[in-house]
Design a protein around this ligand. Sequence first.
Ligand SMILES: [Zn+2]
Ligand SMILES: [Zn+2]
Length: 353
Amino acid sequence: MQTRDRIAQSSVPATLGVIGDGWTLSLLTALVGNTLRFEELMKVLTIPRSTLSTRLRHLIDHGLIAPHPYCERPLRFEYALSERGAALLPVLALADAFDVEHGGQPATLRHAPSHGAPHPLRAVACCAACGAAVEARHVVARYAPLPGPRAAPVTTPKQKRVSRSRSARKPLWRARDVLEDAWAAHVVAALFMGAQRFTELLDATQAAPNIVSERLQRLADARLLRHVTAAEREREREHDAADHDAAGHGAAGQDTAGHSAAGHSASERRAAPSVYRLNARGLALYPLVVALIAYGDEGRRVPSLTLTHRCGAPLRLRLSCAGCTDLEYGVPLLPSSVSFAMQVDLCATPTPT
Ligand SMILES: [Zn+2]
Ligand SMILES: [Zn+2]
């Protein structure tokens, strides 16, 4: 199956179409374990009033945030995550974990385990069947045949414009920057689904060449991926032929791995195109991409793809917290034990009603 069809068939575009937008993740994160009023959200996020208003409307319309009236006259609302919004916890927690570990950021979520003191959440994605930490190279992806015509692209022109204008000033150092720039996230998802060449990435994302090349450059600047030129690949192959132990690594250990194996014919070697490969830092985004797919697949009759873990079981993510004591580490994370780590004192000044 073509990478383009894999992407179209997966639930990634639909999910990114909703959350891949500036401020959206920050807003959802602030509401983890909290019910907040408009003024409180403004204070917590230091977000302009009009921006908050637009983003709240967007997330209410998509059923991720639920408004609850707390005052009849005048009518005022406070905001909480809906059930569907709360189901994004693995995505938010894994983005946070990446940003702490690979972006030097403070944790934005807090864990209050049943044993021990509250501490910054350090979410780890494990295989629910065997308990091992999830890594791209331990997972095999299988794509079901397309059931019908491809879904139309979900990214609206408005969101494209938002992504593009943000892209000019925002580096992609954090996982949340990647998620909030829907095109960058599409490129990363395409690499995990086996796309390697520029033309394959164009095909997979259905984006304009300048958009894809600009995102590739910024992902490379953030040391998430590496451009391997034709000459470098040629040298790799010669090295591989000399030493079979040093076989090249595919982006995600999927069916692309065969292309980097030693023993290609002379004509194939001449045609070796340059490719883009996720490096160690980029591969660490894998659990997050799996969480995105799992979130989008929820409620679908047919999952977009089947992921099989090396233990033989279908891959289902189970989160635990690495910041916990021995007593709790490895215990499945209870969603109710996680909340946003509030940095401001909301009681300092009374909120207007
Ligand atoms: Zn397993
Ligand atoms: Zn913990």
